[in-house]
Design a protein around this ligand. Structure first.
Ligand code: GLY
Length: 412
């Protein structure tokens, strides 16, 4: 096993460090995305709710209290930014403003995803000072809401309210999931805008404790860490992965992205090192398929990983991939590459380019008019919950478009 791991590492390091990648597929992909999203916009307009996935050919939508509402407007902003389409811009405004109520979303931790992917992109790309001021205030209000889930004694933002683990006995009182790192960018913005360091102090406290408790020695991640009221980690388990000791692919992607982003915001070298090591775990993993789109969990069905979920009831004849994890990782690696040096710099960038190219190919990118209007196929929402298995996900599209944007705008 160790030998196989070392050999894979060596071959990948050599090929990724040396292969020059072309990026001329990006404009083409954005053109296709614009066309395909006309369908998603049409379908979503009929429901007035936010598109999330599809089931048996039918669009599945959510209201503004779900964690995924911000990705649709976010994707529209990214498409508008590349294509300049006035129609897409107006749709982006409409779907962003439809989320305003969520500035008070305090029943789970996801307000950063919801409000910063929507309003955060709006203020970046919209040339309308009056609206930008309005949107900025909504983000600041949302940041204050996010702080409501931070307990000073624990030192982290609580992800979910009390919840039972899959073992059917552990009760999580203060669960924090690795995904929560993604909510911190909005807090950093709030400090930059107001000069009030409270927001970034909370973000740093959360990131520090996450570094301490969410990573194993090899920089793989636990999905859920539960804390006692003094901030001691008392349970390390999973909710969406294969088993407590396995590495859920999207969780690892959130870690890579979250720590790269926190390095970008703070210049703290510990965050950079964490992001780099987490990325190397993912890139050099012997179970990563050749096309670089991971299985939904790096250890799915692997001997030695005991699950509390009976997956045999799913009757799956294959292990599904997760294109969403691939897209999140690719987008993160483009930034990580620009903060890295030497061989790593090239390696991270080439891996991201190859991933984005694969995701743009017909195996993953839907044919026009199919997939209920979503761009990418083959993602997994949550296999333990038997939910959204091997289908489109609105956040896979979002991070894919963000990755393409970053790649296109990368300073040569
Ligand atoms: N944040 C929830 C997920 O990644 O599925």
């Amino acid at each position: 096993m160790i030998k196989k791991y070392l050999l894979t590492t060596l071959i990948l390091a050599l090929t990724l460090g040396m292969t020059p990648q072309k990026t001329d597929f990006i404009d083409e992909t954005f053109k296709k995305a614009e066309k395909q999203y006309e369908l998603l916009i049409k379908e979503s307009n009929q429901t007035n709710k936010f598109p999330r996935t599809e089931k048996e050919g039918k669009l599945i939508v959510t209201n503004e209290w779900d964690w995924t509402g911000g990705f649709f407007p976010g994707s529209l902003w990214l498409i508008y930014h590349q294509t300049g389409s006035e129609k897409i811009k107006n749709d982006a405004i409409k779907w962003t403003e439809a989320l305003e109520k969520a500035k008070d979303l305090d029943q789970h931790h996801d307000i950063g995803f919801v409000m910063f992917c929507s309003y955060g992109n709006a203020i970046k790309y919209l040339d309308n000072p009056q609206k930008v001021t309005e949107y900025r205030d909504i983000i600041l209000h949302s940041s204050n809401t996010a702080l409501k889930r931070f307990d000073e004694k624990v030192g982290l933002i609580k992800s979910w309210n009390e919840k039972k683990a899959w073992d059917n006995k552990t009760i999580w009182k203060y669960p924090v999931i690795i995904d929560n790192m993604m909510n911190l960018e909005m807090l950093s913005y709030a400090t930059k805008e107001t000069g009030n360091s409270r927001y970034i102090d909370v973000a740093n406290s959360h990131a520090h404790k996450t570094m301490e408790n969410h990573f194993r020695e090899d920089f793989s991640t636990y999905h859920v860490v539960d804390y006692d009221d003094k901030g001691k980690a008392i349970h390390k388990q999973t909710n969406q992965g294969f088993s407590d000791q396995s590495t859920w692919a999207r969780g690892q992607a959130w870690a890579i992205y979250g720590f790269t982003m926190m390095y970008k915001e703070t210049n703290n070298p510990a965050y950079l090192k964490t992001a780099q090591e987490a990325a190397k775990f993912y890139i050099y993993h012997p179970n990563l398929p050749k096309d670089k789109i991971p299985y939904w969990d790096f250890n799915a069905n692997e001997k030695g990983y005991q699950s509390d979920v009976d997956f045999s009831a799913r009757k799956l004849t294959y292990i599904p991939r997760d294109a969403s994890a691939a897209a999140i990782t690719a987008s993160a690696l483009i930034d990580l590459s620009s903060f890295s040096e030497g061989k790593d710099k090239k390696m991270f960038l080439n891996f991201a380019k190859e991933t984005l190219k694969t995701l743009s190919s017909p195996t993953y990118f839907a044919d026009p008019g199919t997939n209920s209007g979503f761009l990418l196929k083959h993602s997994v929402g949550s296999l333990p919950h038997n939910s959204e298995v091997d289908g489109p996900l609105v956040y896979a599209d979002y991070y894919f478009l963000e990755g393409l944007t970053r790649l296109k705008e990368l300073k040569k």
